[in-house]
Design a protein around this ligand. Structure first.
Ligand code: SIN
Length: 349
């Protein structure tokens, strides 16, 4: 018997480490890449939930608050930056895209969680969905209440996001957003509340799933899987968003043109309707080579073809993309081509 144990011990010692790890069914390995936001925010007191500073607490401190997270996956933290996401910019976006792509090619990373401020989370999530091509799961999460708040939502969101990043069912579903117990597709997620913890939703579509007692539960597939993957090269072309309103005379169209905008997203009224004076100015800009996209200030429904004069002027319909997401796609598209027809196809996809 003793000899048998000895033999087993010798054989185990001689087995390469990677085979031993596989045999022991290791935890998935998830990297948490931190960029700041309210999830890393610190207030003056536990009741301070609006005058706090976002992007202060480091990733190690965030992870230390939820030691149970290591029971879900082998989690490693990495700090990319620590900002309030209102200050997200192209240089940080480029660093993020490069780092995400690097991490996803590594054999010791099975999934990725990005902690991010909620104010521009939907833009960053959508950007990543257009610049990352991997079957591994990328999840963005954040918080509406700072880490120092009495009932901070960040710790739960972080654990939930790691659960989703580690879940085999999430693989291949593209970039996801996890907030308040729900899972959204990057293209569909939108922040629709200024302060509440249930700030995110997917207008029209609803969440993809939720985090139940046993982990991630998916109820449906994302509506759009197929999209082009762009390479991110700075500087990205300037694209301005102009917001439609009663009495809009379109003078800001000229301001955007003079500022060098190669594209304008018009957050129009209803189904992307454009007041007549603004339409004239946008048509002039389009004739001068600016790509004009008709989006809507309404948070539901898609912008679909309407007045034939819009088509005649060469305006592109944003479809289901809200203005801020239409701007992300238009900037990436313009960095790759100036061809209006090709860009139109990208929006139709
Ligand atoms: C931010 O976007 O960085 C601040 C607000 C938030 O995270 O909710």
């Amino acid at each position: 018997m003793e000899k048998l144990f000895l033999l087993a011990a010798v054989m185990l010692a001689m087995t390469p480490a990677y085979i031993r790890t596989v045999a022991a069914a290791p935890h998935p390995r998830v990297t948490v890449l931190a960029t700041g936001g309210t999830i890393a925010g610190r207030g003056a007191s536990p009741s301070d939930v609006t005058a706090y500073r976002a992007g202060v607490i480091g990733v190690d401190e965030m992870l230390a608050v939820v030691p149970e997270i290591q029971g879900v996956a082998d989690v490693t933290g990495e700090q990319l930056c620590n900002i309030d996401s209102k200050d997200m910019n192209d240089e940080l976006w480029q660093r993020l895209v490069v780092r995400v792509n690097e991490l996803l090619t590594r054999d010791d990373v099975d999934g990725l969680v990005i902690t991010h401020g909620t104010d521009t989370m939907e833009e960053t999530a959508f950007l990543l969905s257009l610049t990352v091509d991997s079957k591994k799961t990328v999840v963005l999460t954040g918080a509406m209440l700072p880490a120092t708040a009495q009932d901070a939502d960040g710790p739960r969101n972080l654990v939930d996001a790691v659960r989703v990043a580690a879940a085999p069912e999430a693989a291949g579903k593209g970039v996801l957003v996890v907030m308040n117990g729900e899972i959204y597709a990057a293209k569909e997620a939108a922040k629709l509340h200024t302060t509440g913890v249930a700030a995110f939703t997917s207008p029209d579509a609803g969440p993809l799933g939720h985090i139940g007692a046993g982990g991630a539960v998916f109820d449906r597939e994302p509506r759009c899987h197929k999209h082009p993957t762009f390479t991110f090269e700075t500087p990205l072309p300037r694209v301005d968003i102009l917001y439609g309103h009663e009495g809009d005379d379109g003078v800001l169209v000229e301001a955007a043109f003079r500022a060098g905008a190669r594209g304008i997203v018009y957050a129009g009224l209803g189904n992307g309707s454009i007041p007549v004076e603004t339409e004239k100015r946008l048509a002039k800009a389009a004739a001068a080579g600016v790509i004009v996209v008709r989006a809507s200030r309404i948070n539901g429904g898609a912008v679909v073809p309407a007045d034939p004069s819009y088509t005649a002027a060469g305006f592109i319909d944003s479809g289901a993309l809200n203005p801020q997401k239409a701007r992300v796609l238009l900037r990436l598209a313009l960095a790759n081509t100036g061809d209006r027809g090709e860009i139109q196809k990208m929006f139709q996809e």
